[in-house]
Design a binder for this molecule. Structure first.
Ligand code: E4P
Length: 222
């Protein structure tokens, strides 16, 4: 399973990229709004900060409701950073979103269909030609449904029917989500930097480092 980072915060993106674990970036209107920056400028900055990833998702804005409006925005977004091949157009899971996905897929533009909460939505998005489908597990857990189970079912369905779309487990809240979606067959987990940081840690690692340091100090003094 690969890691994408789920943020529009440039510093967090650079930190994750530096440690070599990053295969992509996902953003959404809420994440961009939180940064208080111009959308297109931030997408360009992200594309430039992470040249060796496979995908940077830029979501069409909420005022693009029809397929035509989404496509018009996508056509501007794909020009950013000199027509960067990593740009991925993120569209909501609606009829219009599927229509835009179909159109963009035929043009060779990568797409990420977001806000997926059922297996059927994932199947439709994959059939429309989505490069990525994003089931939101944390938001399902929030309403007492099993988000990891949804990811497992989508993975099984894509295997049975040989569907090429990659599953991005999204709305990931903690390390246990990461382990469980990896075991469930997600191709990618998109996570905030705080979760990447948590994944690096274990109390026994810290204790081990302290013990090595203490033993080394003793030996050096003797
Ligand atoms: C995915 O692409 C979304 O940006 C994200 O994972 C949403 O997560 P949230 O439910 O924590 O807002």
């Amino acid at each position: 399973m690969k890691f994408f980072i789920d943020t529009a915060n440039l510093e967090d993106i650079k930190k994750a990229y530096k440690i070599g674990v990053l295969s992509g970036v996902t953003t959404n209107p809420s994440l961009v709004a939180k940064e208080g920056v111009k959308f297109e400028d931030r997408i360009e900055e992200i594309l430039q900060a992470v040249p060796e990833v496979e995908s940077v998702s830029a979501e069409v804005t909420p005022d693009a409701v029809t397929a035509e409006e989404m496509i018009a925005q996508a056509e501007e977004l794909i020009k950013i950073n000199g027509g960067d091949k990593n740009i991925t157009i993120k569209v909501p899971m609606t009829v219009a979103g599927l229509e835009a996905t179909r159109y963009l897929a035929k043009k060779g533009v990568k797409t990420n269909v977001t806000l997926i909460f059922t297996v059927n939505q994932a199947l439709l998005a994959a059939r429309a030609g989505a490069t990525y489908v994003s089931p939101f597990l944390g938001r399902l857990d929030d309403i007492s449904e099993d988000g990891v189970q949804l990811v497992a079912k989508i993975a099984e369905l894509f295997r049975i029917h040989n569907l090429d779309a990659q599953i991005i487990a999204a709305s990931v809240r903690h390390p246990d989500h990461v382990t469980r979606v990896a075991m469930a067959g997600a191709h990618i987990a998109t996570v905030p930097y705080s979760v990447i940081d948590q994944l690096t840690k274990h109390p026994l690692t810290d204790q081990g480092i302290e013990k090595f340091a203490a033993d080394w100090e003793k030996a050096v003094k003797n």
